[in-house]
Design a protein around this ligand. Structure first.
Ligand code: PLP
Length: 460
């Protein structure tokens, strides 16, 4: 690598853009554990899944063997509106940190939804339309997924109902308006429009909601409405598959300039951006072709990897969804409302969970004030106002670059900048006012939530 020959932004030409998604499960010797039917405790079959999710997506979900999936032409066409995304050489950040490390970031915030979520939203809306469905339902936490899905569903001409976690709905009124502009219906969760919403409201009066509650509501509506299915923006194998467009583009851009990464970093909510970004590199590791240090960065207030348990759990608070074996702090765990930094989901992608369990990558938990300090350093140096979620990855990247400053090592650090923070100004205002606090759950809170893990035969 000759650093002087590397442009500030590396773009791929149209003929260099990947046309297939990569399924890392094909290269895993031990596959992720199957989803279980919560009624029977048996592995979920495609017949169990078809009433809830789209058929083609179910095939992708269950396929542990097919290494490459063609990206449908209609999806490739939509991708052209905002892809390929640039791989940026963070020269200004390197200078600000005075580090010998070489830092690159893949920027996924160059679209109206402001994050990588559009990569999977487009695919899911396409398959729903191809199946002849009327519409889809979903949940959204911070709002990026709801926005991405509303953009994708209107493009393919199908309906979209979004259950948005109540505290985000209230904190982010403008996010709501973007979703409405694209024609989706948006309902704060827990609501009184579903049985599960009514039950959660009765049991936890005044609750500001959680992703888990919103998922339960969206699933209930999909199952009860003719011609509707439920779609999910993270966690599932299919979502990681679609998100590999990030890692495949990054890999192609790095190869183009003969850049060999040492460290790869992504933030982890449900695992889709890290999974999508890192999968192609993890594939190289699993095939024995390369070795990388891979780091998942999560919030200390919802520490699924670093303090959770690898066990079967519900994906939702209402306990109606399939069971997934994953690192979890428990489906009954609700992160503190003080936590404004995103990544609030209690569980983690089964693929990443199995890889983490095998020791393929490591995880770190950060408090939100340290995360916003990193966001500020990055915004001032590189100009982009980062999403709080992405800023967890920035924190880890900065820490690694500062270690290089001590040791004098010129490591190559590549991180995924999963999105922008223009709708997170409430959180930024707390940070700027000095009123942001770090709420770290006590051991007893986590133990209490973990004590409610479902009892499943064969569960560890
Ligand atoms: C949703 C989101 C995340 C977290 O979700 P993953 O599935 O873990 O990627 C991270 N960054 C941004 C900007 C997001 O919108």
């Amino acid at each position: 690598m000759d650093i002087t020959k590397i442009p500030y932004k590396i773009y791929l030409e149209e003929n260099e853009v990947p046309t297939k998604w990569y399924n890392v499960r094909a290269d895993m010797k031990v596959k992720p554990a199957p989803l279980l039917n919560p009624g029977t405790g048996q592995p979920l079959t495609i017949e169990d899944m078809n009433p809830i999710f789209c058929e083609e997506l179910n095939k992708q979900e269950l396929d542990n063997d097919t290494r490459w999936f063609d990206i449908p032409e209609e999806v490739q066409n939509f991708y052209r509106m905002f892809r390929p995304s640039p791989l940026v050489h963070a020269e200004f950040l390197e200078k600000a940190l005075d580090t010998p490390a070489k830092i690159f970031y893949k920027f996924e915030g160059n679209n109206t939804s402001g994050s990588h979520k559009l990569n999977s939203a487009v695919a899911q809306a396409y398959y729903a339309k191809a199946q002849g469905l009327k519409g889809v339902t979903t949940e959204t936490g911070a709002g990026q997924w709801g926005t991405a899905l509303s953009m994708a569903t209107q493009f393919f001409g199908i309906d979209c109902k979004v259950y948005m976690v109540k505290c985000s709905y209230e904190q982010k009124p403008f996010r709501r308006e973007v979703i409405r502009t694209y024609g989706a219906e948006i309902i704060p969760s827990p609501s009184m429009t579903t049985e599960v919403g009514k039950k959660i409201n009765a049991e936890h009066p005044g609750t500001t909601g959680s992703l888990g509650c919103a998922i339960s509501e969206a699933v209930e509506v999909a199952v009860k409405s003719e011609g509707y299915r439920y779609v999910l923006g993270s966690v599932l194998n299919q979502v990681l598959l679609h998100q590999t467009i990030i890692g495949l583009e990054a890999q192609a851009a790095l190869k183009k300039y003969n850049i060999k990464p040492d460290i790869l970093i992504g933030c982890t909510g449900g695992g889709s951006n890290l999974g999508g970004f890192a999968s192609p590199f993890i594939g190289e590791m699993l095939r024995g072709e390369a070795n990388y240090k891979i780091i998942g960065a999560e919030p200390a207030s919802c520490p699924s990897f670093t303090r959770g348990k690898y066990a079967y759990d519900f994906c939702d608070t209402g306990m109606i969804c399939p069971l997934a074996k994953m690192y979890t702090v428990g489906s009954q765990f609700i992160p503190s409302a003080n936590h404004a930094g995103g990544l609030r989901f209690h569980g983690m992608s089964p693929i990443l969970s199995e890889l983490y369990h095998q020791g393929v990558f490591e995880a770190r938990a950060y408090e939100q004030t340290q995360v916003f300090e990193a966001a500020e350093i990055f915004a001032k140096a590189e100009g982009i106002l980062p999403a709080p979620e992405s800023s967890h990855a920035i924190r880890a990247a900065i820490d690694e670059a500062l270690k290089c400053k001590e040791t004098g090592e010129e490591k190559v650090i590549v991180f995924n900048l999963s999105g922008t923070g223009y709708f997170d100004l409430y959180a930024y205002s707390q940070f700027n006012d000095g009123t942001m606090t770090d709420v770290i759950p006590s051991d007893s809170v986590i133990e209490e939530a973990l004590s409610k893990l479902p009892k499943v035969p064969g569960m560890e």
